[in-house]
Design a protein around this ligand. Sequence first.
Ligand SMILES: Cc1ncc(COP(=O)(O)O)c(C=O)c1O
Length: 490
Amino acid sequence: MATAMDHRRAPLLDAIRRYQADGVIPFSTPGHKRGAGIDREFGELVGSSFLSLDIPLGGGVDDTHFGGDTLAAAETLAAAAWGADRSFFLVNGSSAGNHAYLLATLRPGDEVVVARDIHKSLLVALILSGAVPVYVAPRLHPILDVGLGVDPDDIASALEHHPRAKLVALVSPSYCGVPSDIAAIAAVTRAHGVPLFVDEAWGPHFGFHPALPPSAMASGADGAVTSTHKVLGALTQSAILNVRGDLVDPRQVKTAVGMVQTTSPSVPILASIDACRRQMALAGTGLLERAAALAEDARRRLRAVPGVDVLGADRLGITSYDVTKLVIDVHGLGLTGFELEAILRARFHLQPEMSDLVGCICLVSIGDSAETIDRLVAAVATIGRERSGRSADQGQPLRSSGAAIAPGRQALSPREAFFAPAREVPLVDAVGCVSAELVIPYPPGIPVLAPGDIIDMDKVAYLREGAARGMYLSGPVDGRLETVRIVVED
Ligand SMILES: Cc1ncc(COP(=O)(O)O)c(C=O)c1O
């Protein structure tokens, strides 16, 4: 990580203070004019100090409308902190970074090697770019139904079979905190002269503490997007797109970022990324040391509750893991994660990040304390005690059949399938048809169907059983999946 910069500086925060000190009367956006024109109740909710920093970027933070120097200075500091050559601040999350990077690197019809456990924003990037995915399935833990990342050998094999591929794109870490071996994958992509892009939405803290997996930039990726809002201290929607190396022209990335982002970015969001960078560069290691210790303490105490388990590198048989993720399995209590989430929220006023058939994911961050951890552990222990002696036999949680999450065969590119005429048919009648939509069951968060996929019997059987058991399905128009949208053949 480059440290030659003076990370005590925060150019965007300084500029906001200058604007405020100057007593500027704005004849510019936003129309609420630093809160004077805002709805009273909303104004009270957010507070006048927050509204006074909701100023425009051009003409507010920068003296002139098209200056851009202050943002560039903040992005240069971020590039140094995240080990990139260039960084671009994003106000529409990692989603915007996924869209921008693929638009910058791919043309319609280009082949791109893509890990199958993509987030829907990467799939949207495939639709926008018109690229043709060569899907690579992540390895799956045989019992725990958790993705173990993409194997470098599988990437090597995909590139050997598709020598014209223009990019390799994958998600690391997974939602459950499991990273792929980016250094090994980068060695493969470098040998083929193909850029590697990592959707590191869940790893903005990587690289700031040795107990966490190495960051994508430090591991040799050419591009990586990371959500500073997800587990660090920046505001919701904030993210950074990092690029390095000479395989991709950063000016093309900058142009693409300008295409997918609003022309009126929120200064509070941008400033929060600047502040987050300063905080991590100056104090990140200590803050993450504490967060990791709190999470490990919670993991140990939660595992001590009969019927409860929590994922960790030991359970998965891996060496690198994001210890700040608490993936809590309550199947042994005879509860689904949905039920646990409802109880935690209603009775204990605790809000997990996500729940599924098996359990809940709870995030521990630099904002947690011994008290918040105690509250979580005590709540789960209480629920565990109340359920002791009850039958834990609610049937096995649905495990992914390898066949269901295997990429299968594609008839069309995601873009062709998205723009093709489509209609809804009962799921049972869809075998042999081409999917027009994305269907991602949780767990394990890996698409069973993507637009363009040929729907086979295994996938239909798995989705029917999952839907009947209340599995959460992200993506389809019909959330209960009685019907699925298919491409209408000419
Ligand atoms: C793997 C992955 N990539 C991208 C995103 C999108 O991130 P954002 O919400 O910052 O746009 C998410 C969101 O959950 C994600 O899980």
